[in-house]
Design a protein around this ligand. Structure first.
Ligand code: ADP
Length: 498
């Protein structure tokens, strides 16, 4: 019997509540009075109920965010005061880390130790990092030429102003951290927000709402409307009084968001899918490259948009690397996130289980060779075996499409030319990994790969200071780093003839 780890009692109690959502400073039910259940993916059992928001609730939240933007204390607050509140949010995330990690484990399924070591501190760090930008997102002075007024003199500068009321729609794979990635830069720039968490994992975002109020965030600056994509997300994306919509999720829904945003031409940023190549050269250190390649795909059960789901291995070491990664896959301890020895938890939902096992079946039908895993794990909860597939080609669904589960395809390559054309033969361009001891080869490959992030001799390294986002159909814009501020900033040129 695996031992249960000490998940937090406060977290368990919070999860079991009948929840309300946050509009203004109030915790409210949906206007319709409807609710839905959120489930523990390790068991399929109900955790608690959540309001089922719809367009009426979105309208109300947008009105509240508009009032907070135009005339609330947020509008006139000094940048340093905004920064202090944001820093306090980060502090309180750390103070309540065990409770928040528990909510991630219960609602999303990820191992508690991982949520506590990664999701919680990364969330806190994001708020801490972004709090510093409140005082630094300034414009610049400019020296215009104006050739048709040769004798005039000018004083010109840019102002950086907040974009306004922002809608933010987030996914279920890192519920708390995705909320932070979105809220951090929006708040640092002085925007107000209506956030819709994923219907599968609303709990940690609601708890974060409490934390933000406790930190002193004025009422109405962040509003949280829980509900389903088509019922609550779609009206937010289409809303005429929303100035910008930021979305993280599937490429398919990203395209729907884009169309919905066309009505008032609101600004759009999208962080979408990936099918990221992870490249192991023959001269790499296999002791780090093999576990690195396994971690690249199996971390968070493969439910990472940046997962290294296409593994390319140079011919000479192909057999060793495939055997090594398969060995890792077979030894990963799969189980509920609340068990102390669990290394990989369940997928988030029945829908994801069906989707991922559907891919596995298609791989088998299309002739892929299963080197490890290949099927559902157990018969309770939504677990899938860590899977390694060889002998695939780009026409097969398993190699062409994003699976969003613990499934990697492995292929041999001869040289850098063959490699880069194969690695770039994807509709996506989110991330890539390169394993080699040859510095020039690493940087030459990094230059050639069409991806927003390239990791060399590491994988899945995220930091509040590192911009993250995609080329091609992996999205528009960059989250985190200084670049994230651009998504929430309007630039105004002010020109004076002097
Ligand atoms: P996944 O396929 O991984 O569940 P989705 O892209 O469907 O990811 O969902 C990510 C987020 O987008 C969730 O918060 C979901 O509710 C929301 N969403 C889904 N469909 C729509 C839609 N048509 N309009 C707006 N938001 C949506």
């Amino acid at each position: 019997m695996a031992t249960e780890v000490q998940i937090s009692e406060r977290g368990t109690e919070f999860a079991a509540d009948d929840h309300q959502m946050l509009i203004g400073g109030d915790w409210v039910n949906a206007a319709s009075g409807k609710t839905f259940e959120t489930y523990d993916p390790a068991t399929g059992e109900n955790l608690g109920t959540v309001p089922q928001g719809s367009s009426e609730d979105i309208d109300r939240a947008v009105r509240t965010a508009r009032a907070a933007f135009e005339s609330g204390p947020w509008a006139t607050m000094k940048p340093s005061e905004r920064g202090r509140i944001m820093h306090k949010i980060g502090d309180l995330v750390l103070d309540n880390g065990e409770e928040l990690a528990t909510l991630e484990t219960l609602d999303n399924g990820k191992p508690y130790a991982v949520a506590l070591a990664a999701d919680v501190p990364l969330t806190a760090d994001l708020f801490h990092y972004m709090s510093g930008w409140c005082t630094k997102n300034g414009g610049s002075t400019i020296s215009p030429n104006v050739p048709y007024m040769p004798d005039a003199e000018w004083h010109a500068y840019t102002l950086h102003e907040p974009v306004g009321v922002v809608g933010q729609i987030i996914p279920w794979n890192f519920p708390l951290l995705m909320a932070a990635w979105k809220l951090g830069p929006a708040l640092a720039c002085g925007c107000t927000v209506v956030m819709k968490p994923a219907e599968q994992t609303p709990l940690s975002c609601l708890r974060l709402g409490e934390i933000m109020l406790e930190a002193g965030l004025p009422e109405g600056v962040v509003n949280i409307v829980t509900g389903f994509g088509e019922e609550a997300g779609a009206p937010l994306a289409a809303h005429d009084d929303v100035d910008k919509i930021a979305f993280t999720g599937s490429t398919e829904v990203g395209k729907i968001i884009l169309q919905a945003a066309a009505g008032n031409l609101k600004k759009v940023s999208l962080e979408l899918g990936g099918k990221s190549p992870n490249i192991v050269y023959a001269d790499s250190e296999l002791e780090t490259a093999i576990p690195g390649a396994a971690n690249a795909i199996f971390f968070n059960h493969g439910q990472c948009c940046a997962a290294g789901s296409r593994l390319f291995v140079q011919e000479k070491i192909y057999d060793d690397v495939v055997a090594g990664v398969a060995d890792h896959a077979k030894n990963i301890k799969v189980g509920p996130g609340s068990n102390a020895d669990t290394e990989m938890g369940p997928l988030v939902s029945q829908e994801q289980l069906d989707r991922v096992t559907g891919f596995l079946e298609s791989g088998e039908t299309e002739g892929a060779e299963t080197v490890a895993g290949g099927k559902r794990h157990g018969d309770r909860g939504y677990f899938v075996e860590p899977t390694v597939l060889a002998g695939t080609n780009p026409k097969m669904k398993v190699e062409a499409e994003e699976i969003f589960g613990p499934v990697v395809t492995v292929k041999p390559f001869k040289d850098v030319d063959e490699l880069t054309s194969a690695a770039n033969a994807s509709a996506y361009g989110l991330a890539a990994g390169i394993w080699t001891n040859n510095l020039s080869l690493a940087h030459r490959t990094a230059k050639r790969i069409k991806a927003g992030t390239v990791w060399v001799n590491c994988y899945n390294v995220f930091d509040a200071s590192l911009p993250f986002g995609g080329y091609k159909q992996s999205g528009w814009g960059r989250e985190m780093g200084a670049e994230a501020l651009e998504l929430y900033t309007e630039v105004k040129s002010v020109v004076t003839q002097i």
